[in-house]
Write a protein that binds this ligand. Structure first.
Ligand code: BG6
Ligand code: MG
Length: 224
């Protein structure tokens, strides 16, 4: 049997929503309910613009689209209400909702000795990873509770690389949102764009999902 090669000087940092699991539909339902309750609609096209955007900034954008103004206190109440509904949906998630290629790639990276970190804007990342049985793959988890600056600020990825002891130049980020690609580039990391190239400008490689990339291709990306 072939021994796995160790490569502990490399790190792969994964965004969560839209890369490992598809939670966009739950965010959409919860935001739509909130918008409808305030008397205006919220479309799937608008929801696309909220990818990678943190909770309060998302709320500000939705209120702006609806032409509604709220005080800081009212916004806190609205954000909490949306999150309560969102959490009630993600609490029912299962391993069946993990996106194609995820388990195979994470397993192969682990076997190759490559460090695996999470770099997500979500404050609910912990519960999503638990429900979908992905937690055990991660050497470090950086989520919305650990960062002060939202993507496109590079903080989330810089922290992830530091927590696994790998330099930014040896780190590869997987992202489905433009704000995340920009954050990774600002951190001086290589980026795999997951989704449509026109929504992920500047990524070094594009894939439809994680089944389209191998450990060898990831290693080549860092060398190149
Ligand atoms: C990101 C999502 O991963 O997390 C955004 O792409 C979301 O749509 C953000 O707003 C914050 O999530 P949460 O779970 O903290 O409200
Ligand atoms: Mg995402």
């Amino acid at each position: 049997m072939q021994e796995p090669t160790t490569n502990s000087n490399l790190a792969c940092i994964f965004d969560l929503d839209g890369v490992l699991v598809d939670t966009a539909v739950y965010h959409y339902k919860a935001w739509k309910q909130l918008a409808n309750d305030m008397g205006f609609d919220f479309t799937e096209a608008q929801n696309e613009h909220l990818k990678g955007v943190n909770r309060m900034r998302s709320l500000d954008m939705i209120l702006n689209w609806g032409g509604v103004e709220k005080t800081a206190e009212e916004k806190e109440v609205l954000a909490t209400s949306k999150n309560t509904q969102y959490v009630s949906m993600i609490n029912k998630m299962t391993a069946a909702e993990v996106l194609p290629g995820t388990i195979n790639l994470l397993t192969a990276l682990q076997q190759a000795g490559i460090k695996i970190a999470l770099g997500s804007a979500s404050k609910n990342a912990g519960v999503i990873l638990e429900r979908t049985q992905l937690t055990h793959f991660f050497d470090a988890i950086v989520d919305g509770n650990l960062v002060s600056a939202s993507k496109p600020d590079p903080e989330v990825f810089v922290k992830g690389a530091a927590m696994v002891g790998v330099s930014p130049a040896q780190s590869v980020v997987f992202e489905d949102a433009q704000a995340g690609v920009d954050a990774a580039l600002a951190a001086n990391m290589k980026v795999v764009g997951v989704g449509q190239p026109e929504n992920l400008k500047g990524a070094h490689v594009y894939v439809k999902d994680l089944s389209e990339i191998t450990v060898e291709e990831i290693k080549a990306l860092v060398k190149g």
